[in-house]
Ligand binder design. Structure first.
Ligand code: NAD
Length: 301
C-alpha cells in the first residue's frame, strides 16, 4: 500500500503525514485550510481540492479530524452533500484516527461495511511531540486482518499499535485514556501549585515526585509549570499541543459514554467542569496543560 490519502492536516495530521512522506509513501492530501495543504505540498505531497479528490485512487485513506461531526460529514456526508462512502468508486482501506464518540465510529464503520469498505478506528495517544517523532500509540478497533494490512503505514507514524477489539473499541479505549489524562494533569497542577505555595522549587518538587508514587505521564513528559521542562507547551505560553477545546470534547465523550454504560465517573465530571471553566475564560485554543492557570494563586496567609 504505497498510495495514501491524508485528510485533516492540523496539529497532529500534518506531522503524521510528513512522516509518511519520509517513509516513502506517495501522499494525496486535503484540508479545509489551504495553508495546511500548501505546507504538505512543499514537503512532497500531492495537493487536492476536496476529500474525494484526495481519496479517489488511494489504496488507503487516513482521516485526522477534530470531532464526531467532522468524521461523519467526511464519510457519511451532510444533508445536501454526499460523503466519501457514497462517492468513492474504489474501495480503499479507511482509517479514522480522529478521536470521536464510540457510537458514531461504529455507525460510520457499519455504513462502510454495507458498501464493501474495510474500516478501522485508530485514535492516537502521544500528543504533537509523538506525532512529530513518529512515536504515537495507535489504539485500534476493527478486524485483525485489516489491522495487519494497515500495520506498515501505522508503524511509519507510531511505535505502539494496540488492538482494542471490534469496530469502535479503539475509540472506547481512547475515551477512557483521555479521561484519566485530564484527571492526572489536573492533579499534577494542584500538587505543583501547593508545593509552590509551600515554598518549594517546582523543578525540585517535580524531580522528587517523579521518583515517588506521584509519578505520572503529565509530570514525566508534559510538565504544566512553565520553565520546568523544555519543548513542552507550558514553556511556550501554552501554544500548540492538545487544545483545551479538544480535551473538553473528549471529556464530553467520556461523560456521554459513562451515562450510556451506567458508569460512575465523578472525577471525570469534575475534570470536565474545570476544563469548561478554562474554555469559558477564552483559553480554549491553549494547550490542555494551561489548566495550571486555574490554580496559580499566591498564598493568603
Ligand atoms: P486540529 O484542529 O489541529 O486539526 C484538525 C484539522 O482538520 C484542521 O486542520 C481542520 O481544518 C481539518 N478539518 C476539519 N474538517 C475538515 C473537513 N471536512 N475536511 C478536511 N479537513 C477538515 O486538531 P488536532 O490537534 O490535529 O487533533 C485531531 C484529532 O486528534 C482530534 O480528534 C483530537 O482529539 C485528536 N488528538 C489530538 C492530540 C493533540 O495533542 N493535538 C493528541 C491525541 C489525539
Amino acid at each position: 500500500m504505497k498510495k495514501v490519502a491524508f485528510i485533516g492536516l492540523g496539529h497532529m495530521g500534518s506531522p503524521m503525514a510528513q512522516n509518511l512522506i519520509k517513509a516513502g509513501y506517495s501522499l494525496q492530501v486535503y484540508d479545509l485550510v489551504p495553508e495546511a495543504v500548501q505546507s504538505l505540498e512543499q514537503a512532497g505531497a500531492l495537493a487536492c481540492e476536496s476529500a474525494l479528490d484526495a481519496a479517489e485512487g488511494a489504496e488507503l485513506v487516513i482521516t485526522m479530524l477534530p470531532a464526531s461531526e467532522h468524521s461523519k460529514s467526511v464519510y457519511l456526508g451532510q444533508a445536501d452533500q454526499p460523503g466519501l462512502l457514497a462517492q468513492l468508486t474504489s474501495r480503499p482501506l479507511l482509517i479514522d484516527c480522529s478521536t470521536i464518540a464510540p457510537d458514531v465510529s461504529r455507525e460510520i464503520a457499519a455504513n462502510a461495511a454495507e458498501l464493501g469498505f474495510a474500516m478501522l478506528d485508530a485514535p492516537v495517544s502521544g500528543g504533537t511531540a509523538g506525532a512529530i517523532a513518529g512515536t504515537l500509540t495507535f489504539i485500534v478497533g476493527g478486524e485483525a486482518s485489516d489491522l495487519e494490512q494497515a500495520l506498515p503505514v501505522l508503524q511509519a507514524m507510531g511505535k505502539n499499535i494496540l488492538h482494542a477489539g471490534a469496530a469502535g473499541a479503539g475509540q472506547a479505549a481512547k475515551v477512557c485514556n483521555n479521561m484519566l489524562l485530564a484527571i492526572h494533569m489536573i492533579g499534577t497542577c494542584e500538587a505543583l501549585q501547593l508545593g509552590a505555595n509551600l515554598g518549594l522549587d517546582p523543578t525540585v518538587l517535580s524531580d522528587i515526585m517523579l521518583k515517588s508514587s506521584g509519578r505520572n505521564w503529565s509530570l514525566e513528559l508534559y510538565n504544566p509549570q512553565p520553565g520546568v521542562m523544555e519543548n513542552v507547551p507550558a514553556s511556550r505560553d501554552y501554544q500548540g499541543g492538545f487544545a483545551v477545546n479538544l480535551m473538553n470534547k473528549d471529556l464530553g465523550l467520556s461523560q456521554e459514554a459513562a451515562q450510556q454504560s451506567h458508569s460512575s465517573t465523578p472525577l471525570g465530571a469534575l475534570a470536565k467542569a474545570l476544563y469548561q471553566m478554562q474554555a469559558k475564560q477564552g483559553k480554549g485554543s491553549l494547550d490542555f496543560s494551561s489548566i495550571m492557570q486555574l490554580f496559580v494563586t499566591q498564598p493568603t496567609v
